[in-house]
Design a protein around this ligand. Structure first.
Ligand code: ZN
Length: 175
């Protein structure tokens, strides 16, 4: 689907030092991100920076391609402290639920996406150690949205198009 950005939302799509998040239609958002062979100091710095950028943008998840880095790294923080995951891989999924999503790379656009309700994910944690996590509800949704980013997939590819709508961030204060 091609996104036509309404005039009033175009300023949100401008990229700058203050707004470092890459926006559609940047190619990096459609590329497959490379696996992280080893978590290095560079990755740790990148991950910390991503957490900062995500919080500043009042987001609840961010994938490395959204800061222009085509590597398999996501940060998620549906509530509370941020979780940093490298090479996340969905091992199992269960159930299905509809929920509204937006994306910091398509600011202002929202719509309903069906996702599994519960997932089991394998990844490397912030220290580079193997972990397995069971995520449910909003945690699962955010993780799946960010994992999609690592495969060049955006929520607009999966959205129920009849629910797509623009909502200016000045008109709301949710994250
Ligand atoms: Zn997104």
């Amino acid at each position: 689907m091609e996104i036509v950005v309404p005039e009033a939302f175009k300023p949100l799509f401008e990229q700058s030092d203050d707004r470092p998040i890459v926006k559609v239609p940047a190619d990096v958002l459609r590329a497959k991100a490379a696996p992280v062979a080893k978590v290095t100091a560079r990755h740790k710095h990148l991950a910390e920076n991503m957490v900062k950028i995500m919080k500043q943008a009042r987001g609840i998840g961010l994938a490395a391609p959204q800061v222009g880095v085509s590597e398999q790294l996501i940060v998620i923080a549906p509530e509370g402290s941020a979780m940093i995951l490298y090479n996340p891989e969905v091992l199992e999924e269960e159930g299905a639920a509809m929920g509204e999503e937006g994306c910091l790379s398509i600011p202002g656009l929202y719509g309903d996406v069906e996702r599994p309700e519960k997932i089991k994910v394998k990844a490397l944690n912030r220290k580079g150690r193997d972990v397995e996590l069971v995520l449910e509800g909003i945690d699962a949704r955010v993780a799946l949205h960010e994992i999609d980013h690592l495969n060049g997939v955006l929520f607009i590819d999966k959205v129920d198009e009849s629910t797509l709508h623009w909502r200016h961030p000045d008109d709301q204060d949710e994250d």
